[in-house]
Ligand binder design. Structure first.
Ligand SMILES: *[C@@H]1O[C@H](CO)[C@@H](O)[C@H](O)[C@H]1NC(C)=O
Ligand SMILES: *[C@@H]1O[C@H](CO)[C@@H](O)[C@H](O)[C@H]1NC(C)=O
Ligand SMILES: *[C@@H]1O[C@H](CO)[C@@H](O)[C@H](O)[C@H]1NC(C)=O
Ligand SMILES: *[C@@H]1O[C@H](CO)[C@@H](O)[C@H](O)[C@H]1NC(C)=O
Ligand SMILES: [Ca+2]
Ligand SMILES: [Ca+2]
Length: 254
């Protein structure tokens, strides 16, 4: 009899157990049903976190790019600004130099006009040289002899400015100190300089090109050079027969 309550208690215990088990079963069932969204949520969270992480990395990357670009931009801007200052300074320097050059050139041409107008005993002085423009006409060899007898020689033309000066002084053709008497076509000055040595030559090129060693009047050809020809053209050189009688230009240093 004593067992009854015990057994009853056992039963009630069992009852309790069965109720708990029932509850546990329902818990297991309910947790089975809630796990699916949890897993989805978990995955979503992982993906979201991954996305955020990727975005963050991308952002950092882009920011680094932007920073380096910005630095480059600043550097280039600074260089540009410096070069602008440089170019302004150089422009100013160039303008100053041009102004100084023009002043000097004006002064020099004034000085030239003065100094190249000096004359004594029929000789014209210009830039350290004395020139004599003959009024009589002789063949090339006799012309040279006259110059040499005056302590000079036939003129050698060694620059554009000397050519320009002489051209400005003549109104008829004049012998100059250039010939190809020794070797046909090899032109040498009376001081033995070649045209290559002096670096300038002013042969006539606007018509029949000179020198042409024309042989119609003189079978020995044309082996002496004159400034200008019988029809003018005083700005150019012509080869002519050395026997022709022309005015001539002597030159000496002073
Ligand atoms: C400016 O010019 C000087 C030479 O005149 C040069 O040495 C310097 O590098 C230049 N600076 C820039 C920024 O170009
Ligand atoms: C130099 O002489 C020429 C004439 O030979 C003359 O026309 C010119 O005005 C003179 N120049 C000077 C600066 O005296
Ligand atoms: C030029 O050369 C000739 C012959 O070779 C020589 O007699 C003469 O002295 C030379 N003239 C000059 C100025 O050197
Ligand atoms: C140059 O003229 C002189 C004097 O008249 C003469 O002796 C000489 O033969 C002439 N030379 C030439 C190449 O015509
Ligand atoms: Ca010739
Ligand atoms: Ca000729």
């Amino acid at each position: 009899m004593d067992y009854t309550p015990a057994s009853g208690a056992k039963c009630s215990l069992y009852k309790v157990d069965s109720i708990q088990m029932q509850e546990q079963e329902t818990e297991v069932i309910s947790s089975k049903w809630t796990k699916v969204p949890l897993v989805v949520l978990g995955f979503s969270l992982v993906f979201a976190l991954g996305g955020l992480c990727a975005l963050w990395t991308l952002y950092n990357h882009k920011f680094a790019d932007f920073e380096s670009l910005n630095e480059q931009h600043i550097t280039v801007s600074k260089t540009l600004a410096a070069q602008e200052i440089n170019s302004t300074a150089m422009k100013k320097e160039f303008n100053d130099l041009t102004a100084r050059y023009n002043t000097l050139r004006d002064w020099l041409s004034f000085y030239d006009a003065q100094s190249c107008n000096l004359s004594a005993n029929g000789w014209l002085a210009c830039r350290g040289r004395l020139y004599l423009f003959s009024s009589d006409k002789l063949n090339w060899t006799s012309s040279r002899d006259v110059c040499v007898s005056k302590g000079a020689d036939l003129v050698t033309i060694t620059s554009q400015s000397e050519q320009d000066y002489l051209v400005s002084k003549i109104k008829v053709t004049h012998w100059i100190g250039l010939n190809d008497l020794d070797t046909e076509g090899h032109w040498v000055w009376v001081n033995n300089q070649t045209l290559t040595d002096t670096g300038v030559q002013f042969w006539f090129t606007e018509g029949p090109r000179q020198p042409d060693n024309w042989r119609a009047n003189d079978p020995s050809g044309e082996n002496c050079a004159g400034l200008g020809d019988e029809s003018g053209n005083f700005h150019s050189w012509f080869d002519a027969s050395c026997g022709t009688e022309k005015s001539f230009i002597c030159e000496k240093k002073y």
